[in-house]
Structure formats: C-alpha cells, structure tokens
Write a protein that binds this ligand. Structure first.
Ligand SMILES: [Zn+2]
Ligand SMILES: [Zn+2]
Ligand SMILES: [Zn+2]
Ligand SMILES: [Zn+2]
Ligand SMILES: [Zn+2]
Ligand SMILES: [Zn+2]
Ligand SMILES: [Zn+2]
Length: 402
C-alpha cells in the first residue's frame, strides 16, 4: 500500500503542473491556463474548452455546445456530432427540432419539411408538396401556385395556355387538351369543335366558327366546283372508269337539311354525310332524282374538310353511276371514305386524312376494311364488293358462313 500512494500523487501532479501535458482548448487550440470546462457531445466525444471560448465561441444550435464550426446555410452553428444528424427544413430553412416529413421529388431529391411547414407552408397545387414560396410559380391567373417539377411535366390548355390538372378534355380528331373551365365554359367551333375565346364569324344557323377554321374557310359554288374539277381526273384514274360529274353547289345548313328532308319524303336516292360524327354535323349530300344528279356541300367549310367532303360525295356519284346496287351503309360509306382518303393523299390534305382513318364509326370501319381489301386482294376486289354489295369472306363485319 505504501508504494502505491506516491504514484497516484505523481500522476495528479503531472496533469496539473507540467506544461507539456496541460490540455489545449479544442476550439481555439491554445493551451489552457486555469479553469476550463469539459463537454461531451452527443456522440460521446470529449471537448476541453477554455473560459474565453466558453464565453465567446458560437454555440451549436441543437445542443448549445460551443463550437468552432462555420455556420451552416441558414446561419446556425452546429457541432460535429449534431451536424451529422441535423435536418434542415427545405421550406423555412430552419433546423428541424422535432418530426419532419420526407417527400421524394421527381428528380429523386429528398425534400424534408418540418411539421409547421407541412401544416401551414405554401404548397404546389398539383402535387401538394410544401415548398418555399420563391420556389413556386403562379399559374391560372395567380389563383394557384405550382412547383417547377409539376410545371415542367404539365400539359397546357390550348385555350388559356395554363397548366392543366384534374378534369381535362380532348377531342377525337385534334391534338392537345383543354381545362375544364375553358371546355365547359366556352362556345365550340362548329367545324373543329374546339372551344374558342370568341367566334371569328358565324358559320351556319347561329353556330360560331373559330379563327383557324375561318382563315381556312372556302366559300361559294364556284370554288367548290373548281375543287371537284381538280379531283375528277385523279378519281377517274384511281377508279379506272369515268364520272359524270354532277353540279356541285355550296349551300347553307338550312338548305342542306331541307334537301335531305325532301329526298326522304320523295324517296329519292340520297347520302347524307356527317363528317364530324360526335356532333353529327351534316356537311355534304349526294342526290339522285330521275336524271338529275346534285352534290350539295355546306358552304364556308375549312379547306381540308371541303376537299374531303367533295371527294366523298363524288365517290358516291361514281358508285351510283356504276354500281347502284351497292346499298350497305358500311360498303357505301367505307368506299366513299376510301376514295376521299386516296384523294386527300394525292392532294396532300394530311389533316383530313388522319381524321378519316381515326374514325370509330361505320365511316372509319368501312374505310379500313376497303383499304385492307385493296392492299391484300387488289383494286378489282374493291369493285367486286360494290358489284356484290357484300364483303369477301374474312373481310366483312361478320365472317361468311362455311
Ligand atoms: Zn479556447
Ligand atoms: Zn451540437
Ligand atoms: Zn419548416
Ligand atoms: Zn408540384
Ligand atoms: Zn383553359
Ligand atoms: Zn374551328
Ligand atoms: Zn357518304
């Protein structure tokens, strides 16, 4: 026992008296004179801190330990241990002192939000993620705030040009979409069915017409007859037999409807063609009565629609001249659409062509059937369909009985 006591004493002396073993301050690095404070951080590491640093060094915002670390982005100081676990709220930029929510953004970034900001912070109207106000952009006339990820991925309304969320509308033959406010609250163009801010002109019977259709609009029997004359040789070449081209007349919607009513009453032959099926607009009519043959086309049609409709009615006239026995609507309309598609292709009326093929009714179905027959069996087989008023086996809407 007598030999142990002096040794302990010597160690104590060494710690307090020998200059080489005096602790140095873990903040200012100077050797400590006199009193000092020992801190342990959250990770258990020991820090010896001089009185000067204890009084003047910045304090860790989370554990209050004096620290030599530079401030983090929001101006707070963090000790080494706290810096490893600290979470900054991406909305208010404050250090999170309780729970937080982590969102994963489109670009994979982890977006952490404190409980206060999650509850009260500004948020994106589309994805509902809270963001700092300066990271959000005003949309829909300032009524909504959107984050840049949602804005970048959003489709925009064709009419108001604002980003669209929730209910939106599309049209069968037209690209783009419309927000509910624009589609439900605006007048539609009679021809293209797109909602418009203001009508460019009146189409027929009080219906409005959009600026695009008005700009493309053709008027008058002479203009239509000129299109028919341009189409005639192409049509005769495609169909290998001549057409006695009927008179082509531009008419109003009222005249067109009246002519059809008369045709039905007098039991004369007529084809009425709704080229825009969802609204069943009548655009053209081929009439045969005794020796008289007439093609009536709605006046002021946009150019592509005019070409398509005139070619379609000419096909009816040709078919009635050569194959009056063909009466099945799928055959008659499919054939007329197929001819119209051929004419659109040859005259490069692209938009009309796509519209023809995309139709989901008898017109579109018949067209695709005739198109297949022409491709697989040849043009003679197309005429055979008209001759027989029947599709070949394997091509009709119902398979031929065996
Ligand atoms: Zn110090
Ligand atoms: Zn700390
Ligand atoms: Zn926050
Ligand atoms: Zn968003
Ligand atoms: Zn809109
Ligand atoms: Zn239009
Ligand atoms: Zn038709």
């Amino acid at each position: 026992m007598g030999r142990v006591a002096p040794l302990v004493c010597a160690l104590a002396l060494a710690a307090s008296n020998l200059p080489a073993q005096r602790p140095s301050c873990d903040i200012c690095r100077r050797a400590i004179e006199g009193e000092y404070t020992v801190w342990k951080d959250n990770a258990g590491r020991r820090y010896d801190i001089c009185q000067v640093c204890r009084a003047h060094a910045p304090r860790c915002a989370l554990c209050s330990m004096p620290t030599k670390n530079r401030p983090v982005s929001n101006g707070d100081h963090l000790c080494d241990a706290c810096r490893r676990v600290a979470v900054g709220c991406m909305v208010c930029r404050e250090l999170v002192r309780g729970s937080y929510t982590e969102y994963t953004l489109e670009n994979g970034v982890r977006h952490r939000v404190c409980a206060d900001c999650r509850r009260d912070g500004p948020r994106c109207a589309a994805c509902e993620t809270p963001f700092a106000r300066r990271e959000l952009s005003g949309a829909r006339g300032g009524a909504e705030l959107w984050c840049r990820h949602c804005l970048a991925g959003a489709e925009h309304c064709e009419l108001c040009l604002e980003p669209v969320r929730g209910v939106s509308y599309r049209l069968q033959f037209t690209d783009g979409l419309w927000c509910a406010a624009c589609f439900e609250g605006s007048e539609k163009c009679y021809y293209c069915q797109r909602p418009m801010k203001a009508r460019a002109r009146t189409a027929h019977a009080g219906y409005g017409m959009c600026a695009d259709c008005a700009e493309q609009s053709l008027s008058g029997s002479e203009v239509y007859a000129a299109i028919a004359r341009q189409t005639e040789p192409l049509l005769e070449e495609a169909l290998t037999r001549p057409l006695d081209l009927p008179a082509v007349e531009a008419v109003t919607l009222g005249q067109l409807k009246l002519a059809l009513a008369n045709a039905r009453e007098g039991a004369l032959h007529g084809f009425l063609d709704p080229a825009v099926p969802e609204v069943a607009h009548e655009l053209g009519l081929f009439l045969a009565q005794g020796q008289s043959r007439r093609i009536l086309i709605l006046d002021a049609l946009p150019e592509d629609t005019a070409w398509e409709t005139i070619a379609h009615e000419m096909a009816h006239a040709w078919q009635f001249q050569h194959y009056p026995q063909a009466t099945d609507p799928l055959i008659v309309e499919g054939f007329a659409q197929w001819v119209a598609a051929e004419m659109c292709r040859q005259t490069e009326k692209r938009s009309g062509l796509e519209r023809l093929y995309r139709r989901a009714d008898d017109y579109g179905f018949g067209l695709r059937l005739i198109d297949r027959i022409d491709a697989e069996l040849g043009r003679g087989a197309v005429f055979k369909v008209l001759q027989d008023n029947a599709f070949p086996a394997g091509f009709g809407p119902t398979p031929a009985p065996r």
